[in-house]
Design a protein around this ligand. Sequence first.
Ligand SMILES: *Cc1c(COP(=O)(O)O)cnc(C)c1O
Length: 397
Amino acid sequence: MKKDDNYQFHFDTLVVHSGYNSKDYLGSLSTPLFQTSTFTFESAEQGERRFAGEEGGYIYSRLGNPTVSALESRIASLEGGEAGLAFSSGMAAISAILIALTKSDDHIICSKGIYGCTFGLLDLMKDKYRIQTDFSSMSSADEIESLITPKTSCIYIESPINPTMKLVDLQLVSQIGKKHNIPVVVDNTFATPYLQKPLQLDCDIVIHSATKYICGHGDVVAGLVVGKKDFLAKVAMTTQKDIGGIISPFDAWLLLRGLKTLPVRMDRHCSNAKFLMEKLKEHPKVKKVYYPGHSDYHDDFIMTKQMAQGGGLISFEVYGTKDDAQQLLNELQLIRIAVSLGDAETLIQHPATMTHAVVPEKERLDMGITDQLLRLSVGLENKDDIWADLSNALAKV
Ligand SMILES: *Cc1c(COP(=O)(O)O)cnc(C)c1O
C-alpha cells in the first residue's frame, strides 16, 4: 500500500491492506503463511551479521516471522501507534508488558473490575516480587493522584469494564500519566480500535485479547500490543523472547483474515446489541440493563468523548434468584452458553458462577455482579431471531 503521499486511508481500508504489499510476495493477494520455525542463512557471515543486529532479516520464528510481522504492522496502523507485537494469548501479552514495565517492590494503579486472569497475575506479582496494586474507580483526578507513589510504574485500565460496562475516562487518566511520567496501559479488547483508540487520547500502550473481536470467529487464542517502537523492541527482545509467549504463524494468518471484516462485523454487533438493549430495557422480567453510555452511571459524556458506538456486549439482571438466571440460560435454543466474546455466534454466560466465580462474594457484589446478572455477547445472527430466543426464554422463567 502506498505510504508516500499525503492521502490518509480510512480505517475500513487499512484493515484490508495495511502492513502488507503483494509485490513483495510474488503477487500473492492473501498474506502468505510462513509456517516455518527457522530461516536459513546464505553464509556463516550472514548468520553472524543477523545475530549482531547489523543486518535485517529473519533468524528464528520466536524472534520474528513475516506473517506475524504483517499482523503486527496492521494492528499498529489500526490503533495509530508506532509498532505492534503479537502473542500467543491476551494473557501472554498482558504479562509480558506488565513484567517489562515493573521491577520488584514497584507499584501499579489499576481500574476496579479487570479481567479475572489479569487480577490473578497482579496477585502473583505481589506474592513473588512484592509489587503492590491499588485499585481505583478512576472517577476523578484527585482519586487517582492520591494513590501515586514514587514507585508507581504504570496505570492499567480496562474500559468498558467487564461485565458492568462502566466507562473509564481515558483522557483523564492519560493526562495524569503524562503529568507524573507514568505509562498508561489500556486493555482495549471490548471496544476494538474500530470503536476506541486509546493512543489518540494520549494513552501509551494498548493491549488486546485478539481471541475476541479481532479474530471474530472463535477459532484462535491470541494477544496483540501496540505502542512506541523502542519500548516494543525491548519487549520483543526480553519478556517476549525469553518468556516465549509468541503467536504461531497460522494464528497470525487467521487474525489477518479476521481483521479484514472487523468494521463490517462491529457495525452489525453494535446495531444488534442496541436493538436488544432497548428490548431488554422494556421487558418486565428484566431489572437492570448495562450497556456503554446507557446505564445508571451517567457516563454518557465519557462515551461521547471516546467511543464511536457502544459495542456488542450487554449485561442484564433478571428478577428472582440464581436459579432463575441459570434456568434462563437452559431455556435458550439459539444462543450458546459460553464465556469469551466477539464471535459470530451470540454467547451468554453467568458471571457470578463463571468468569467472576473466583472473586470473593462481597467484592463481587460491590462490583454489581449479582447472582441474577447475565452477560450477552451479541453475535451476527438476525436480530429478530436472537430476540425471539431471548424473549422466549424470559417468558419461561
Ligand atoms: C479474554 C480477555 C483477556 C485474556 O485474553 P486471552 O486471549 O484469553 O488470554 C484479557 N482481557 C480481556 C478484557 C478479555 O476479555
